[in-house]
Design a protein around this ligand. Structure first.
Ligand SMILES: Cc1ncc(COP(=O)(O)O)c(C=O)c1O
Length: 356
């Protein structure tokens, strides 16, 4: 927490307005718009809900193909299933570890059935090659939803991730760079779409005095209490990004003499938020390194298991070349909390070196 959260929560209680709308929901949306440059924002109960709303507003439904980064967390793609659509997983490249624009373009040239949309993830807070990807989507006439759940504060050519596509999504889940305990934000430059998303997020109530429904909706709005936390968190977003980047630099410095380690790259002209410091080992088994860290009570985690390898998606379409599989087999996320000190990083790196 940053310091002002309780004060703002108290104001919410004083107002006796703790519904999933209110002054702080508006303020939180406003702060995201000002910070990211997005024209419209909608605070939601989670990032997953925001992705679902984007698909629903874009009219994606039964039988539609939706492309998605395979190297991501399941929250990126669950909503494709909610809509009875077909996920098609596209692999990463070595330059960014994010979705490969080359594979995307190849797939779109070869495919027999044109997909409706792409859900593109900016993994671990690092920008994908987003300008190229946005251009490809435009050329082929498919919608672009940016899953920036992990990348609030990350930019490409100084423009915020989440603002290149038709929709962008941020998450404020407990583990994210900013948190409201749980929550999300949908951003777009299209006012009509934002209004439609609000309509679906509030049970699709028609504008009548009584409760009238022509369509089904969801209960996906954010509580005024959680939005108060979000407003206080937004006051320290740049501080958090700088600290995360500092932690990454400490790791880089401490591990620089180990040849078999490669850290997650940052594309030229981009600035990641370095949400988690991620790396791969050329020779060593990352799970054994993880166990060595566990022995000093330090958590680390494997990189996300690609979606096309998940049992849930067995038999689904994929367009892959082995890049994300290799990253998954060799990779590890290191402890990256903004409360960490240089000595914590030193101790972790010492343990890794001793194990190696
Ligand atoms: C890449 C990615 N996409 C989507 C989500 C889903 O966000 P939420 O947990 O807010 O539903 C998360 C995080 O949880 C994520 O890391």
């Amino acid at each position: 927490m940053s310091g002002n959260e309780l004060q703002y929560i108290e104001k919410v209680f004083e107002s006796n307005y703790i519904a999933p709308l209110g002054e702080y929901v508006d303020k939180f949306e406003e702060s995201i718009k000002i910070y990211t440059g997005a024209t419209h924002a909608l605070a939601t109960s989670s990032g997953t809900a925001a992705i679902h709303l984007a698909l629903r507003v874009l009219g994606i439904g039964t039988g539609d193909d939706v492309l998605a980064s395979t190297f991501t967390f399941i929250g990126s793609v669950n909503a494709i299933l909610y809509q009875n659509a077909n996920p098609v997983f596209i692999d990463s490249d070595n330059e960014s570890w994010n979705l490969s624009p080359t594979l995307l373009n190849q797939y779109l040239r070869e495919c027999k059935r044109k997909p409706k949309a792409l859900i593109l993830t900016h993994l671990y807070g690092m920008s994908a090659d987003i300008e190229k990807i946005a251009e490809i989507c435009k050329f082929h006439g498919i919608y672009l939803i940016e899953d920036a759940a992990e990348s609030l504060g990350a930019t490409f050519h100084r423009k915020h991730t989440g603002t290149f596509g038709d929709f962008g999504v941020y998450s404020f889940n407990g583990n994210k760079i900013l948190t409201t305990s749980g929550g999300g934000m949908l951003v777009t430059n299209n006012k009509e779409w934002r209004n439609k998303a609000l309509f679906y997020a509030t049970q699709a109530k028609e504008p009548c005095v009584h409760y009238e429904h022509n369509e089904y909706g969801y209960n996906y709005r954010m509580s005024n209490i959680l939005a108060a936390i979000g407003v206080a968190q937004m006051e320290v977003i740049e501080e958090r990004v700088n600290k995360k980047r500092q932690i990454f630099e400490w790791y880089k410095e401490e591990l620089s003499d180990i040849n078999e380690i490669t850290l997650m790259p940052e594309l030229e002209n981009s600035r990641g938020n370095r949400w988690l410091t991620a790396l791969i080992f050329e020779k060593s088994d990352p799970i054994k390194v993880m166990k060595a860290l566990e022995s000093i009570n330090v958590e680390s985690r494997p990189l996300w298991k690609p979606m096309h390898l998940q049992p849930l998606f067995q038999g689904r379409q994929k367009y892959v070349d082995g890049t994300s599989e290799k990253l998954y087999e060799k990779g590890l996320c290191l402890a990256s909390s903004t409360t960490m000190l240089k000595n914590d990083v030193k101790m972790i790196c010492q343990t890794i070196k001793e194990y190696l």
